[in-house]
Design a protein around this ligand. Structure first.
Ligand SMILES: [Zn+2]
Length: 301
């Protein structure tokens, strides 16, 4: 089986290519209906709906979820750190299916942008510098820690991520070429490319390839999920040799079995690689929701 198709980088649609401003996903040439309320807007998600999503209030997500012990599917996680934008609930139960099954690629841009704004800049160390020039800086002056930036439109200053814990590169979870052709793009790659535009962290697209066409994981129970995934991924021997810490990027974490399988395939080739996961949303069951509702009322606001 040829893997060449897996390495193809799908460019975002022309609308995304011409989008002049990433923050708030504003596009001056884009006047259309908000994906959530249908009101006319120059944003993919209007400001009112973005405010209702209350992403700033989810302080309980400003942490490494692997170490919390609150999520059953993470108890056997094979990665060091998990950062998510939100639980898989409204609006994501509306937006993610539009992204994956209805060719609404712009939603990948919304996810990537909000992940940087609402999670990365609250989780990683940030320095604020009054520099309005739009220049991406990828390393600190001493060249030790990654230092990436994007602009805060409210303060008109530049925010720099300065953490030495920041991954050095992103690897989107690949689709099998057949599924990618059906879908028209890999949504994880769209998300990673948006994060890269905002932060300067590079995307490595051909390090992990999906070598088997597997059934949709949601159709299977746990035992069959693992069997379905065994040997589903192949890893390049050379593409990640320069990196000590990468982030896998995906849209929804349900059981975590796909991510664990990719991690173990990576460890076979790169035993000392540190892997973080940036998954935009995580599925949570009712008991987790109830527990958090008691402890963290802020997410209801
Ligand atoms: Zn709206």
């Amino acid at each position: 089986m040829s893997h060449n198709n897996c390495t193809t980088t799908h460019r975002p649609s022309s609308r995304l290519d011409t989008c002049p401003k990433l923050f708030g996903c504003v596009d001056a040439s884009y006047i259309n209906a908000c994906y959530l309320c249908d009101e006319l807007s120059d944003r993919y998600i209007c400001q009112s709906c973005e405010a209702l999503c209350a992403l700033r209030n989810r302080s309980f997500l400003d942490q490494n979820l692997v170490s919390t012990g609150h999520y059953p599917q993470l108890l056997s996680a094979d990665f060091d750190c998990l950062l998510v934008l939100d639980w898989y609930q409204y609006p994501w139960t509306t937006l993610v299916p539009l992204l994956k099954f209805h060719k609404q690629a712009q939603i990948g841009k919304v996810l990537g942008t909000w992940f940087v704004l609402y999670r990365m800049y609250r989780f990683y160390d940030v320095a604020t510098l009054n520099n309005k020039k739009n220049k991406i800086v990828t390393h600190t002056q001493d060249n030790l820690a990654p230092r990436v930036r994007c602009e805060d439109t409210q303060t008109q200053s530049a925010l720099y991520l300065t953490s030495q814990h920041l991954p050095e590169a992103m690897v989107p979870i690949p689709l099998h070429p057949k599924r990618e052709r059906q879908r028209g793009y890999n949504q994880a790659l769209l998300i990673a490319e948006t994060i890269s535009e905002l932060t300067g962290i590079p995307v490595v697209t051909d390090a992990v390839q999906r070598s088997q066409y597997t059934k949709a994981q949601t159709e299977l129970d746990r035992e069959h999920r693992l069997a379905n995934l065994a040997d589903a991924f192949s890893v390049s021997l050379t593409k990640l040799g320069h990196y000590s810490h990468i982030a896998l990027v995906d849209d929804v974490l349900t059981t975590g079995s796909t991510l664990n399988t990719v991690c173990n395939a990576l460890y076979k080739q790169y035993p000392r690689l540190r892997i973080s996961v940036w998954c935009m949303t995580i599925a949570v069951d009712d008991t987790v929701v109830e527990e958090f509702c008691e402890k963290h009322l802020d997410h209801l606001q």
